[in-house]
Design a protein. Structure first.
Length: 94
């Protein structure tokens, strides 16, 4: 699957289900970290926490499919988006 191409709902669902290792219907921070690593983006603890906050729109502490879909389908190149988020986080004032 090419991440540079527009993905279908079914392809995004397959990716979500693949990273939802415990099959709980959500992606937790450990699962998100694995997804990011597989995309070539290593996130430290602080960056992972920031990414979870950005993706977890309802504040549940986990990423539901709707949140994942909104985020994943909004970018043509997810690895670039993750890398940009990592850079943005480093440049935020404390």
């Amino acid at each position: 699957m090419s991440l540079d191409a527009t993905l279908t709902l079914e392809q995004i669902r397959e990716m979500f289900d693949f990273y939802d290792k415990d099959k709980g219907g959500t992606i937790c921070s450990n699962e998100l970290q694995q997804l990011c690593e597989d995309l070539g983006v290593k996130l430290g603890t602080v960056e992972l926490t920031a990414a979870m906050r950005e993706l977890d729109c309802d504040g549940s502490g986990e990423i539901e499919f709707e949140e994942f879909y909104r985020w994943f389908s909004s970018s043509k190149n997810i690895a670039e988006k993750l890398a940009a988020a990592k850079v943005r986080h480093r440049h935020r004032p404390c």
